[in-house]
Structure formats: C-alpha cells, structure tokens
Design a protein around this ligand. Structure first.
Ligand code: PLP
Length: 383
C-alpha cells in the first residue's frame, strides 16, 4: 500500500451535501449518485460505502467494471445504472445482477433481448434519446423501431427509463441549445406515451442542469460533482446564490489530500532548484521536498504555481513538479521537521487549499483534477 500520501473523505461533509441536495430536489425525485471516474477520484469502494451509510441507494457509473467495484462492497438493495460503455461479454453479468443500463443503439437493445431470453430474466433498460448533444442516443428516425421492439419484447425488457444528457448546462452561453434539448426531450416522451409506452422514470439532469433548469429534474437526477461538495462552474454557484438571502455555500468539500515532508534543504541565493532553470533562488531559501508528483495526479502544470499547507501556512511550489516529488518554499517557517504533515487539498488550521484554487492554477476543470488523483493512494473515511 502506498504511504506517500493519504486521502480522507469526510462523512459529515457528505451527509451535509446529501441532506442539502435531497431537500432541494424533494422526495419525489430520486437522487442517483454518479461515481464514474473512480468516484471523481474519491475512490469507488470507500466512497460508495460512505454514501450508502448516508442513505444513498442509487448509483450511476460509466461501465461494468465500475458497477462490479460497487457490487464488491455493497450487497444491500441498491440500484446501479450504467450510463456509458458496455462490452458484449458484460451483458450476462449485468442482466443476471439486475444492473440497469443505458441503451442508445438497436444492436444493444437486440443483444439485451437475446441475453434476457437466455437467462430467463428481464433486462432493465433506459432508452437514451438524442436531443442535441450529438454523442450517444437514439436518433428521431430510430424511435419508431425502438417502440416496436419494446412492445414486441415486453417479456424480456423492462422499459425503466427514458433519458438524455445536456451539452453543457453549466454555462449560460449554451442556454438556447439546452432549452432546445429540453423541448425535444419532452416531445420524445410524448411520442412514447402516444404509443402506449410510458417509461417508469424520466431523467435528464446532471448537477448543472438541476440548478440552472429545475424543470429538468423530473423523476431522477444524476448528481456527480455537487455531491462531492463542488459546483460545476462559478456560473452555477452564482445562479444558486442569487435566489438566496443567505450568501453562503451550502456544499462542503469532502476530500482532503495529505502527504508528509520527506526532506529539508537549504539553498543559497542564485542557485537553481530542481531540474533545469525553471526556478532560481532570489534569496537564501529553505525548501521541503514532498513525495508527490504527477504520477500521483499532482499536475505538472502546478510547477511554480501550486500551493500546499504546512503548519497552517501557505507554501509555494518551486520549480517543476517531478514524477514523484515536488519542492515547496518553507523559508518563512522557523521550525519544520521531516515527517510533518503537508496538505495538498483541504484545511489545515485557519487556511484551506480548495480544489477551485488548485484547478485555476493548473487550468484544469475540477472534474479532471479530481479524477486524475491516483487510484493507488489509500482512501479513508473519517467523521
Ligand atoms: C457525468 C454524468 C453526470 C453527472 O455530471 P455532474 O456534472 O458531475 O453532475 C450525469 N449524467 C451523465 C450521462 C454523465 O455522464
């Protein structure tokens, strides 16, 4: 097990986020916790265990591998929905285990029928409609075929959901595109209803859509980034706040990423630090070396830009982020010892390194930064 760093998940913060979101969406809307990308870097096994203890019982993933990781730790009555890729060889396990899945092409629908027949068990499908993102989803001219298959194969298929995904609801710049998608989705729903095929659930919203376009919440919301305590974009956060009297962030970050000082060194004025010439000491300096680098997901673009916390003080990253190490400036801290705690993301005393600040420096999205945090770092749930 890796000992270079540790990731802690705050159960209190998560419960807070889930309570806030559940209240916002109301009892009639199912909250599906999106845990693709190793639960946005939080770690699927630990994260879903914590989520389940906090009352979440619906999870959405990208593929069967992620579904298996959930199944390995949770055997209670939970629902798993695969939104993305399915390999032919996974179909049997999926149907056998009553895992639900998006279907966006005829072949997958027919394969699901065949496998369901073979297993004598119904496949639980969510029909994804193309509404304007142009990624996955049945085209308008394919819907009549979908209707006839669903009718003909009703002994083998459960028409559990009708769904779609929006092309960038986090930005006002996409307002008209999203409005058009919502309209199309409603028309497609009507089309199914007119053909006497009513899905059990209608769903379309991700975090951003659920805030920017509340009408997209429908029967189920697929919430990723917000449950982790982060907003999809500044615009979404501001839109939320504008409608509120109390201008306070209702979401709490649940991840903390900590490492330790592995070495301390003094450097004289005019010396270069690390590889090449990217950093020259302009005064006599003291630096701490931390056993974290881009191999662990600490982005190389944080070279000379990132900050960490040591003894509650902000310390600049100096020089390049290496594969496994990074140096920080501790000149101003009097007594520092090897083995002392370093916070890469999270709070220490009065200060915090937020993911937003982090990703601004590295010009990565919240999403990307989080999912790049190495899977091999141990995760621990705390209160
Ligand atoms: C990732 C994803 C979501 C969740 O997105 P967030 O912005 O993190 O809430 C919802 N639906 C689909 C299809 C997704 O791929």
């Amino acid at each position: 097990m890796q000992t270079n760093s540790i990731i802690e998940l705050s159960r209190t913060a998560y419960q807070n986020n889930i309570d806030f979101l559940s209240q916002l969406f109301g009892k009639k809307t199912i909250l599906s916790s999106v845990v693709k990308g190793n639960a946005y870097g939080h770690g699927i096994p630990e994260f879903v265990t914590m989520a389940s203890a906090c009352g979440v019982n619906h999870f959405s993933v990208f593929d069967a591998d992620e579904a298996r990781q959930i199944k390995a730790v949770l055997d209670q009555k939970i629902t798993i929905l695969i939104m993305g890729y399915l390999h032919q060889n996974d179909l049997e396990w999926i149907i056998e285990n009553e895992i639900e899945f998006f279907v966006f092409d005829k072949k997958r629908l027919m394969d699901a029928c065949k496998m369901a027949k073979k297993l004598n068990k119904k496949a639980i499908v969510h029909i994804e409609a193309e509404t304007g993102m142009n990624r996955t989803g049945f085209e308008k001219n394919e819907l009549a075929t979908v209707v006839s298959i669903l009718k003909k194969e009703k002994d083998n298929l459960v028409f559990k959901g009708l769904c779609t995904h929006y092309a960038g609801a986090e930005s006002i710049a996409n307002y008209y595109r999203i409005e058009k998608q919502i309209k199309r989705f409603n028309e497609i729903y009507q089309f199914f209803c007119e053909n006497e095929l009513k899905p059990l659930l209608r769903h379309s919203a991700c975090s951003a859509a659920s805030i920017m376009f509340p009408q997209t919440r429908m029967d189920l919301v697929r919430i990723g980034i917000m449950q982790y305590g982060l907003w999809p974009s500044q615009e979404v956060f501001i839109t939320y706040l504008n409608a509120k009297k109390i201008k306070k962030d209702p979401l709490h970050r649940i991840i903390t990423w900590k490492s330790v000082i592995m070495g301390i060194k003094k450097v004289k004025t005019a010396e270069f630090i690390g590889y090449g010439t990217s950093f020259m000491a302009k005064k006599d300096m003291k630096i701490a070396v931390i056993p974290i680098g881009y191999a662990h997901g600490y982005s190389r673009s944080l070279s000379n830009h990132g900050r960490v916390l040591i003894q509650g003080q902000r310390c600049m990253v100096i020089g390049l982020v290496n594969m496994n190490m990074v140096a920080v400036d501790i000149t101003e801290i009097e007594t520092v010892k090897k083995g002392e705690e370093v916070v890469l993301i999270g709070n220490q005393k009065e200060l915090a390194i937020t993911i937003a600040s982090f990703s601004d420096y590295s010009s990565q999205l919240n999403y990307e930064l989080l999912t790049r945090i190495s899977k091999t770092i141990p995760r621990k749930i705390r209160n």
